[in-house]
Design a protein around this ligand. Structure first.
Ligand code: SME
Length: 237
């Protein structure tokens, strides 16, 4: 099967639980061939994002359909500059999700190999010890680092220090939310936790942003936490 077909969603899938189980099964195959986190997280971000985009907007029923970020009304919420040309609604890609991304502790990232003095830069040293950096992602550009110490910032920083998933139905009501994209309305952030020698080490977070209010619920949390655990055990850290 071509790798891209992993993000196709069969019509037989009717519930969020079935959807996340399907994504999990596809991801398990994709990450089963090697253990480098850059490659595995890249495919994970793409798979989650593309699968969500592939899901029909009329998924589920009634309220559930609305809660799955699939409302076509999001087209009308997007800001437009005066005089800016816009595509007709039917010509635009379905923008249900703006982001599926990983933020990871900066010590996981490779140090420069060909720039002699980069590792001596005090600013870079500070970031290397206390922050998460943007990792593999799918979607529009995002902020590139998020502080976790001494003061955690945003939903991502909170999920990191609490070591538990943070569900945000309406980002405007969340104190300290970092608005990487002004169109984001709701968000879910799941920590990536490695169990090693009886200790829990938080390696980063998985962050999904949605263009509808109340885009995520407990079913998404269960599905994403299972995927986060798969990602952790499929890579060498
Ligand atoms: N909103 C996040 C920042 C990351 S972006 O959404 C990609 C936060 O508040 O931590």
């Amino acid at each position: 099967m071509p790798h891209a077909d992993a993000s196709l969603v069969p019509d037989s899938i009717k519930t969020k639980s079935e959807f996340w189980t399907h994504v999990y099964d596809q991801l398990e195959i994709l990450v089963g061939v090697q253990r480098h986190w850059v490659s595995n997280l890249s495919n994970a971000a793409s798979l989650i994002y593309s699968s969500l985009q592939a899901f029909p907007s009329n998924f589920g029923d009634g309220e559930r359909s609305v809660n799955w970020c699939g409302e076509s009304s999001v087209f009308h919420c997007r800001s437009r500059q005066p005089g800016q040309q816009t595509l007709a609604k039917e010509d635009r890609p379905a923008p249900f999700f703006v982001m599926t991304c990983f933020y990871l502790i900066s010590s996981l990232f490779p140090q420069p190999r060909f720039t002699d003095d980069a590792s001596m830069d005090p600013k870079s040293q500070t970031h290397a010890s206390t922050n998460m950096l943007l990792g593999p992602f799918s979607g529009r550009p995002a902020c590139q680092w998020i502080e976790v110490s001494p003061r955690p910032r945003g939903v991502c920083g909170d999920a990191f220090v609490k070591r538990s998933t943070v569900l945000v139905p309406d980002v405007l009501t969340y104190p300290g939310h970092i608005a990487c994209d002004g169109d984001t309305k709701s968000e879910i952030v799941c920590p990536l936790i490695l169990r090693k020698g009886g200790e829990d080490i938080v390696l980063g977070v998985l962050d999904l942003d949605c263009l509808a209010i109340g885009g995520f619920d407990a079913d998404d949390q269960v599905g994403l936490e299972r995927i986060a655990a798969l990602i952790i055990r499929s890579c060498d850290w």
